[in-house]
Design a protein around this ligand. Structure first.
Ligand code: ADP
Ligand code: MG
Length: 706
């Protein structure tokens, strides 16, 4: 049933482009293009009663149809004039002249949509319509009620929601939906009371009642999560197939490593190290995600694993997303392993280094790429730190046993796959590090193939950040506190929700503060004696670097920025962060932003500015003051604001429906358990050919943290 949409419907080039853009090729794809939401039936009105801006339905007879070209004759336009007992109104459809061909003079229609106005003339633009029963146009009452909900589809140029509604009706009429095999086995459907495919498709596209749409959406959410789980778990089986190099460790080696750390590990670090060393001592490869807040000490945990590998005579590679980070890790490994005669290498696109230097055994030194690669290949350099440069073909290991990926959310699946291939037939143990707090349901789904270790404890001695929620009338008081910090020589971040105002002429109060305008206002009115820098995503890379360097060096004391500073910016002298329009940010995101001033040994402050007065919003912001960590906040966000609050939903490869499913831990766990049970019993999916085919068909789609 993989019939192409283009075989079935006559389409214009702009529509074919639209389908491509939405990734819809087959009738199956079309049937799986679900409405984003549903609209209740619009109130029935007489034409005379219509007002501009309202959404309404009318019922009348077509008295004229016309097809023309609008907007410099570029866009085909279908126009229809409809009449009831009280008046006439025009309905227009852009890009869909065929609609007018379907509508004939004299026919009766029910038209519903938003009423627009142009030069005092009311009209409907792209309304939905249905054939309707005739009523006397002299009958001066509103039309009979339509009871069904109207689906609203994700649109793109050339393909309106109405087009989808109309085309899907045709698709159902052709019987295409009933030809599809149901990818969910009946047993599973029965266990969780899920609708069968045919019925679910009909009800998700054409529900009469909200509860019908909900039942259908539940089925497809389960299906999506189930298939993601299958894919992850199958990948995992495959990953382990060739076996791994076992890294044996002793209690003694662990003790030696811990002695080398300049601090006592936290209980969480100890637990994590124990878990990881136990995993490494298996001939199945480990696949583990180490999640911990910024500053929780993930590097030391990874270093323990690298140390164990080196002592066992095996190699470790450690990949970081930026040169600065790679260099930082390289140096911290050197200080961790000093005195152990362990050679350490660094590979980035701009340089290669080796520790120890021949001339000075306490230092590292530049060496040629060729030389470094040679030593890596012969196993003489057992720990190799680097950037993306590590995954180049030229890099080969003797016996790679462990791959560590730092800030793994910054890498794609392909990069991860390329790195682990360096094991030469035997998969290295994989340890991924991340600081992005995500709720458990998302972790189970997006990282279904990874076992999870949490570092849910910060090293002792960090002073908690003083966090205040500041209402408009206390703004100046907060500025006075900030000035005090600046006078002590500290620096401040000021985060605004947007770069620019959509229309500077409009009242400032109407919109969230914009970084550009706020930087100007602060410079002129509030902090004239300090230097203010501006950072946002639309600056040229060179200007970004300059302003960051100025802030880092202290030439700029206040950095006004959008949330671009969320990742990677590290200025220990900054002790204040102000977040404008705090209610617009997710809690987990506020927490990440606040983490920017957590690196200092000075007391740090976070001011959450808000003009929201709703008790609910204030309650939500207060959670920032009490929550123990980012995970708690991520869960809270998901509960209070829904899946939309999660950072960059698309990067997880989930559809909107899949994101909705994340609200439901039970469902995610059930889908995971079913996927696991199926693969345990039937690892090759021989008994489930429909599922095997579906999996193969989606195999090339990026459903991983890209
Ligand atoms: P992240 O988890 O963000 O990668 P790092 O590993 O970079 O954190 O550690 C942050 C800082 O905390 C480093 O300076 C590190 O030396 C220090 N640190 C890590 N663990 C401890 C600990 N148990 N006690 C004290 N300081 C620690
Ligand atoms: Mg780190």
């Amino acid at each position: 049933m993989e019939k192409a949409i283009t075989e079935h419907f006559r389409l214009k080039p702009v529509q074919i482009q639209g389908l491509n853009k939405l990734g819809l090729k087959t009738l199956r794809d079309l049937l799986y293009h679900f409405p984003a939401r549903y609209e209740r039936p619009a109130p029935e009105k007489l034409i005379r009663e219509l007002r501009a801006g309202e959404t309404a339905a009318i019922h009348g007879q077509v008295i004229k149809t016309k097809i023309s070209l609008a907007f410099r004759k570029k866009i085909p336009l279908a126009e229809v004039i409809i009449e009831d007992a009280t008046g006439r109104i025009k309905a227009v459809w852009f890009h869909q002249p065929y609609l007018a061909k379907k509508i004939h003079e004299g026919e009766w229609l029910r038209v519903s949509g938003k009423v627009s106005a142009r030069k005092e003339q009311l009209y409907f633009a792209n309304p939905s319509f249905q054939a309707a029963a005739e009523t006397s146009i002299f009958q001066n009452t509103a039309a009979p009620k339509s009871s069904s909900l109207t689906p609203v589809y994700p649109e793109t140029r050339g393909l309106s929601s109405v087009w989808f509604e109309y085309t899907l009706k045709q698709t159902f009429a052709s019987g295409a939906a009933s030809e599809l095999d149901d990818p969910l086995p009946e047993m599973i459907r029965a266990r969780y009371h899920l609708l069968a495919l045919g019925q679910a498709l009909l009800l998700i596209h054409q529900p009469r009642l909200e509860k019908e749409a909900l039942a259908a959406r539940k089925r497809f959410a389960f299906e999506e999560v189930f298939f993601i789980q299958l894919k992850r778990l199958k990948d995992k089986l495959e990953y382990g197939r060739g076996g791994a190099r076992r890294i044996e460790t002793t209690e003694e080696i662990l003790t030696e490593f811990l002695k080398r750390l300049p601090f006592a590990p936290t209980a969480a670090q100890r637990r994590a190290i124990g878990q990881i060393l136990a995993d490494l001592d298996q001939d199945r490869p480990m696949m583990r995600l180490l999640e911990g807040d910024v500053g929780s000490g993930k590097t030391a945990v990874a270093a323990a694993a690298a140390y164990a590998a080196a002592r066992a005579g095996l190699e470790t590679t450690f990949m970081a997303p930026t040169e600065i980070l790679a260099r930082q890790h390289f140096e911290s490994f050197i200080s961790n392993f000093a005195g152990d005669n362990i050679n350490i290498g660094l590979i980035t696109s701009s340089e290669c280094r080796k520790f120890p230097s021949k001339l000075d055994p306490n230092k590292h030194t530049h060496i040629s790429r060729a030389q470094l690669l040679k030593w890596v290949k012969t196993g003489e350099i057992p720990i190799v730190v680097g950037t993306h440069s590590l995954i180049q073909k030229a890099v080969a290991f003797k016996s790679l046993a462990l791959a560590v990926i730092d800030e793994q959310h910054r890498f794609g699946v392909k990069q991860r796959a390329a790195l682990v291939k360096k094991g030469g037939g035997r998969a290295p143990h994989l340890l991924s590090l991340t600081a992005t707090p995500i709720p458990r349901t998302l972790a189970l789904t997006a990282y279904g193939d990874l076992d999870l270790t949490l570092l849910d404890e910060l090293p002792p001695g960090r002073k908690p950040i003083i966090t205040e929620i500041v209402m408009e009338e206390k703004r100046n008081e907060a500025y006075r506190k900030i000035k005090k910090e600046l006078e002590l020589g500290r620096q401040a971040f000021i985060i605004c929700p947007r770069i620019d105002l959509p229309d500077p002429a409009k009242a400032l109060a109407l919109y969230a503060k914009s970084a550009k305008q706020e930087a100007r206002r602060l410079q002129e009115k509030i902090f004239p004696e300090w230097k203010i820098g501006l950072l946002h995503s639309k600056l040229r890379p060179k200007d970004k670097e300059q302003v960051m360097a100025d802030f880092q060096g202290g030439a700029v004391q206040i950095l006004v920025a959008t949330s671009v500073v969320e990742v990677g910016v590290n200025v220990p002298n900054a002790t204040v962060i102000v977040i404008e329009g705090a209610e617009r940010f997710g809690l987990a995101q506020l927490h990440q932003l606040r983490g920017r001033v957590w690196r200092s040994h000075h007391q740090a402050y976070c001011f959450l500015f808000t003009d929201a007065t709703s008790a609910k919003i204030i309650e939500r912001l207060k959670a920032i003051q009490t929550a123990k960590n980012g995970f708690e906040l991520a869960e809270l966000d998901l509960r209070l604001r829904g899946a939309g609050s999660l950072a960059g939903p698309k990067q997880w490869g989930l559809s909107d429906l899949g994101m909705e499913a994340l609200q439901n831990l039970k469902m995610v766990e059930a889908a995971r358990a079913e996927a696991r049970a199926m693969l345990t019993e039937d690892p090759e999916l021989k008994k489930n050919p429909i599922i095997r085919e579906r999996l193969a068909a989606t195999a090339n789609q990026p459903i991983h943290f890209e």
